[in-house]
Design a binder for this molecule. Sequence first.
Ligand code: V47
Ligand code: SF4
Length: 371
Amino acid sequence: MESILNEQFLQGSRIPDRLKEIALKAIAGKRITPEDGIFLYEKGEPGFLGMLAEKVRTRLNDNDVFFIRNFHIEPTNICVNKCRFCSYSHHFSPKKWDLTLDEMLETVGNQDKNIREVHITGAVHPEKDLYYYEGLFRKIKILRPDLHIKALSAVELDYIFKQAHVTYEQGLKFLQHAGLDSIPGGGAEILDDKIRQEICATKISAKNWIRIHETAHQTGITSNATMLYGHIESYSHRIKHMNLLREAQDRTGGFNAFIPLKFRNSNNALSDIKEASVIEDMRNYAIARIFLDNFQHLKGYWPMIGKPLAQLSLSFGVDDMDGTINDTTQIYSLAGSGEQNPQMTVSEMKELILTAGRHPVERDSLYLKID
Ligand code: V47
Ligand code: SF4
């Protein structure tokens, strides 16, 4: 369904002038400023933001909503860090695990041949080094040369590169040679060092998170970017975060998708913080879609928000549903998401997209359409 928001509609409406001005820029495909972004967070109502985000989504992706056949491997939850929002690491989780190489390779071997991507990420284990992951990637590629390996967040990479005394460029090229194809968007949280000091003090700095991603892009490794929202950050912090990403994308063009991650408050050191409302989740998707004009894709990560809300997000600018996942991630079930055993068949995924009025498109890891 085409969004009715256009110049004529805006002129005849009683929408405040400042919002009209921002909307006209977005409709014309012009970039909105950080001040505009903050204003949208402060004053934008969900209906208005949804219509505007849909306008931008349609321009970028027509009626297509993408998904991939993928699975996750979470090698371990034993972590040198102790992020206060994390329910997943051994510090807070009732479960503690550390998979062997053979266990991980067995999981790879058990997948159907039409599964295209493995997403490998977990905690920062003190003893798992650069050469361990090199060996893992090589062995996976021997088993499944066609499987795209999206692995290791900037936080995990920074740790193993520093331990091995290699530069980001050397480390990334080394892993690329072993089979690393792209890197996931984790560890970005909020790219502001004061906020990071409060919620994840021992993690990589904002500057280094961006530096790893830009170095990856220059090496031919594309990546994603996440934003953990709804904890202690303000609207200005969210816009600062997205502005840093927008500037980095202008320089390299290497980000595939932006993924807002809603802070979930079960079983962690920030459990006293109330979770964001659904209205806020949808407003956040919409503003991200409007602000990040140079990101082609916006991902609604259903294991985190659940299938019904992921479907709703398709009316707020989202065009990517990640993948079928197959019950292989625990990050969100441990943090209190409704999805205890996340899995979706391809037909369930297509149905969910079709009933939202969109066109389901199976993709590969670089968003090429699969016939
Ligand atoms: O960086 C941890 C988040 C991220 C909580 O690239 C939490 O396609 C909410 O990066 N509440 C890791 N979020 C997951 C990740 C990811 C997920 C999906 C797709 C992709 C991709 C990447 O999970 C962490 C952190 O921001 N996280 N704890 C929590 N309690
Ligand atoms: Fe470790 Fe990642 Fe959890 Fe931080 S968010 S404690 S780095 S597993």
